[in-house]
Design a protein around this ligand. Structure first.
Ligand code: SAM
Length: 405
C-alpha cells in the first residue's frame, strides 16, 4: 500500500506527518490525556517501549516546552472566551470572577515545568529528543531496572541503592507491543508478558499516588488482569482512544493513584506475573481480607486475624495473636484454588477523544492536489531491515531480471 492510499485510509497517519509527530500513536496519548488529565502535576515520567518516540514527543512538548493540548487547551479557549465577555461587560461579573480570569489569562502562555525528567526506553534506538534521556534496553530483562534507576538519578548506586528509585516518578507509560504474529492467543500472551515486565519496572520507580498507563490487548482473560491491577491502584479503567482502531483488540489500561499494599517491595527475584503471587493477592482483596504482599499469610482459623488499628483493612498485614504464619500455595483448598484462578473484575470501559475527532476506521477523500508527506522519523532499526537489505542486494522484489525473469 502506497503512502497516499494510507493517507486516505488513515486520517491519523496523515495528521501525524502534518503535525510533526513521529507516529500516529501520539494522538492516542493526547486523547487519553484529554479524558484523564494525565499530565497534571507531573514532572518525572518514564516512557517504556517508546520508539520511534511520538509519546516522548508529546511529553517533551507538554512538560518541557509547556504547550497545551486537549483539555488544557480547551480550558484556555474557554477562559479566553470568558475574558472577552468580561472586557466588554465587566459589570456583569463579580470582582472574584474578574480576578480569577486575569490569573487564567496569565497562564495562557506556554509554561515549561521545572525539574522535568523524562526517560524513554526501547529495544530499538530512539532518535534523540531534546531534554529526554533515551535508553536502548529490553524491559523484560532484570538488568534494565538499575539502568533506569541510574538514568533517573545519576547518583544511584546499584550496590547500595536497592531496587527502588530514590526520586520516584509521577507517571509511567508503556505502549509496548510485540511484533504480532497473527496468532491471537500467542500475541495476547506476549503482550501480557510485556505488561507484567512494565509493571515490575513501574513498582520500582512509581511514587504512591502516581499513574500507570499501558497498552493491553483485550483477550479472553483480560478481566483477571484487571482484578490484579486493582490491588495496586485506586482506579483502574480501560480506555479506547478514537485514534485506536475499533477493529483492533488494542486498548489502554489507565491506573490512577498507586497505593501499594503496605510493606510491598518490588522484587526482581519474585517478579509479578510469574507464579501465584498476584492471583493470591487478588483473591484476598476480593474477599475483603487483609492482603499480605510478601506472600499469602494465613492462619488456619481465619477468625483470629486482626488488623492493626488505623489501617485500611485490605492493605493491612495479617497478624494473628501468635504472630504471622506464612504458608505455601499448597495450603489452598481445591475450591479456593478454582476461585483464585477464576477471579475476575470488570473494569469500567471509556471511549475517549473528542467525538468530532477523526474515526480511525474510516477512509477520507483527499483533495486532488494532496501531496503525501514522508514519515517524520523512519524506523531506526526495524526487524525487517535485514530482509530489505537482502532484497535490495538481490535487485528488488523480482530479482535482477525483472518481474518476468
Ligand atoms: N509509543 C511509541 C511511539 O509513540 O512512538 C510506539 C511504540 S510501538 C507501538 C511498540 C514498541 O515496543 C516498539 O518500538 C518495540 O520495539 C517496543 N518493544 C517491544 N518489546 C519490547 C521490549 N521487550 N523492551 C523494550 N521495547 C520493546
Amino acid at each position: 500500500m502506497g503512502k497516499s492510499s494510507k493517507d486516505k485510509r488513515d486520517a491519523y497517519y496523515r495528521l501525524a506527518k502534518e503535525q510533526g509527530w513521529r507516529a500516529r500513536s501520539a494522538f492516542k496519548l493526547l486523547q487519553l490525556d484529554e479524558e484523564f488529565d494525565l499530565f497534571s502535576n507531573v514532572t518525572r515520567v518514564v516512557d517504556l517501549c517508546a520508539a520511534p518516540g511520538s509519546w516522548s514527543q508529546v511529553l517533551s512538548r507538554v512538560l518541557i516546552k509547556g504547550e497545551k493540548f486537549g483539555r488544557a487547551a480547551w480550558v484556555d479557549e474557554e477562559a479566553q472566551f470568558k475574558q472577552q465577555w468580561m472586557n466588554v461587560f465587566p459589570h456583569l461579573f463579580t470582582r472574584e470572577q474578574l480576578e480569577s480570569a486575569a490569573v487564567v489569562q496569565k497562564e495562557d502562555v506556554p509554561t515549561p515545568r521545572k525539574d522535568v525528567k523524562i526517560v524513554s526506553i526501547d529495544l530499538q534506538p530512539i532518535s534523540p529528543l531534546p531534554g529526554i534521556t533515551t535508553l536502548r534496553a529490553d524491559i523484560t530483562h532484570p538488568a534494565t531496572v538499575p539502568l533506569l534507576l541510574k538514568a533517573l538519578d545519576p547518583d544511584y548506586d546499584a550496590d547500595t541503592g536497592g531496587q527502588q528509585a530514590s526520586h520516584p516518578v509521577d507517571l509511567v507509560l508503556s505502549d509496548g507491543a510485540p511484533d504480532v504474529t497473527g496468532l491471537h492467543d500467542l500475541d495476547i500472551y506476549i503482550q501480557s508478558q510485556l505488561l507484567f515486565a512494565a509493571l515490575n519496572l513501574t513498582f520500582c520507580v512509581l511514587k504512591p499516588g502516581g499513574k500507570f498507563v499501558a497498552k493491553i490487548f483485550r483477550g479472553k482473560n483480560v478481566d483477571l488482569l484487571y482484578a490484579q491491577l486493582k490491588i495496586f491502584f485506586r482506579r483502574v479503567i480501560v480506555a479506547k482512544p478514537r485514534s485506536s482502531r475499533a477493529s483492533s483488540v488494542e486498548a489502554f489500561i489507565v491506573c490512577i493513584h498507586f497505593q501499594p499494599p503496605r510493606g510491598f517491595k518490588a522484587s526482581l527475584e519474585e517478579p509479578l506475573g510469574v507464579g501465584y503471587k498476584l492471583p493470591r493477592m487478588a483473591l484476598e482483596r476480593e474477599r475483603g481480607l487483609p492482603i499480605s504482599t510478601r506472600s499469602y499469610l494465613q492462619d488456619t482459623t481465619r477468625g483470629t486475624w486482626s488488623v492493626p488499628s488505623g489501617s485500611p483493612e485490605w492493605i493491612a498485614p495479617c497478624v494473628n495473636k501468635d504472630g504471622v504464619t506464612e504458608v505455601a500455595f499448597d495450603d489452598f483448598t481445591g475450591e479456593e484454588d478454582r476461585e483464585r484462578q477464576n477471579l475476575r473484575w470488570i473494569a469500567p470501559f471509556l471511549a475517549c477523544g473528542d467525538l468530532s475527532a477523526f474515526d480511525s476506521d474510516a477512509s477520507y477523500a483527499l483533495p486532488s492536489d494532496h501531496v503525501a508527506l514522508d514519515p517524520v522519523q523512519p524506523p531506526t532499526a526495524p526487524p525487517y531491515k535485514r530482509a530489505l537489505e537482502m532484497r535490495k542486494a538481490a535487485g528488488g522484489a523480482y530479482g535482477k531480471t525483472g518481474p518476468k525473469g
